[in-house]
Design a protein around this ligand. Structure first.
Ligand SMILES: Nc1ncnc2c1ncn2[C@@H]1O[C@H](COP(=O)(O)OP(=O)(O)OP(=O)(O)O)[C@@H](O)[C@H]1O
Ligand SMILES: Cc1ncc(CO)c(N)n1
Length: 273
């Protein structure tokens, strides 16, 4: 086998519970046959019941992790997740530019599903100034998109304007995720590539096991980009992946459990029996 292996890097926080953050990203990369690497920005003490502590990693250590893998192994696509402070954000932005990491997916993580702040307030502006201009794809959930534009987005016209605003900041493709629109029958995400708007649509499942859905979705986009898919295809395939991962829950933990990262294989395994 001398086919070139796709390589993806996640720059994110560690979730000891294994459902979100670095752990979700690496599991997703592996499932999609992409070699996964990590630069850890923070260690969270976390389980399905919530976030119980955070230790930020020194910015120079975050930077060295990125340098170590970029200069040796190489990176076909990269994603960012939890980046809790400005110093870490500055370090990441300068290395993305230095190493011309063009397949950059930004998941602008701000608050965990359990309500814990994962991004300091003063870092929100830095996210807009430093990182969003470098993004190939940005994937805010609805509350994050509202923070980024500075007002509520309670209808589709407002969400389309928000997507245009994020494009104007420099992100080439925008996905405003609809997971939080819990009164809607479907879980529809608004995708904008600068020319047209499309909906990434799926049924909405009534489950409490949605911890790490955003991390898993953005990691899947990153994996498909690493494999050379165009962004329009990568987001649709990632939507299929996260939909299966939510559809077939593992029922782990006492609170908001993780998604099922190997669910996409179940159909295949069923067919083999
Ligand atoms: N109950 C659900 N049923 C089906 N799809 C869902 C459901 N909840 C979320 N999704 C999908 O999961 C993906 C992630 O969206 P979501 O809005 O949950 O991200 P998030 O809030 O950033 O997640 P997290 O912060 O837990 O990582 C989107 O494609 C969304 O439509
Ligand atoms: C480490 C980490 N990153 C992201 C999220 C958002 O789901 C989380 N809960 N924990």
């Amino acid at each position: 086998m001398n086919q070139k292996v796709a390589r993806a890097l996640t720059i994110a926080g560690s979730d000891s519970g294994g459902g979100a953050g670095i752990q979700a990203d690496l599991k997703t990369f592996q499932e999609l046959h992409v070699y996964g690497m990590s630069a850890i920005t923070a260690i969270t003490v976390q389980n399905t019941l919530g976030v119980h502590g955070i230790q930020e990693i020194r910015p120079d250590i975050v930077a060295s992790q990125i340098e170590a893998v970029t200069t040796d192994i190489g990176v076909d696509a990269v994603k960012t997740g939890m980046i809790s402070n400005i110093k870490i954000m500055e370090a990441i932005a300068s290395l993305v530019k230095k190493y011309k990491l063009s397949n950059l997916v930004i998941d602008p993580v701000m608050i965990s599903k359990s309500g814990h702040a994962l991004l300091k307030e003063d870092a929100r502006l830095a996210l807009k100034e430093l990182l969003i201009p470098l993004a190939m794809v940005i994937t805010p959930n609805l509350p994050e998109a509202e923070v980024l534009v500075g007002h509520s987005l309670d209808n589709m016209a407002a969400r389309k304007e928000a997507a245009q605003y994020l494009r104007d900041l420099g992100a080439k493709h925008v996905v405003i995720k609809g997971g939080h629109l819990s009164d809607q029958e479907n879980a529809d995400d608004l995708f904008y590539n600068g020319n047209e708007f499309t909906l990434l649509s799926s049924p909405r499942f009534h489950t409490q096991h949605t911890h790490g859905t955003g991390c898993t979705f953005s990691a899947a986009i990153t994996a498909y980009l690493a494999k050379g898919e165009a962004p329009d295809i990568a987001v649709q395939r990632a939507k299929n992946y996260i939909t299966d991962a939510i559809r077939y829950p593992l029922n782990i933990g006492q609170g908001h459990g993780p998604t099922n990262h190997w669910a996409h294989r179940l159909q295949e395994e069923q067919n083999e029996k």
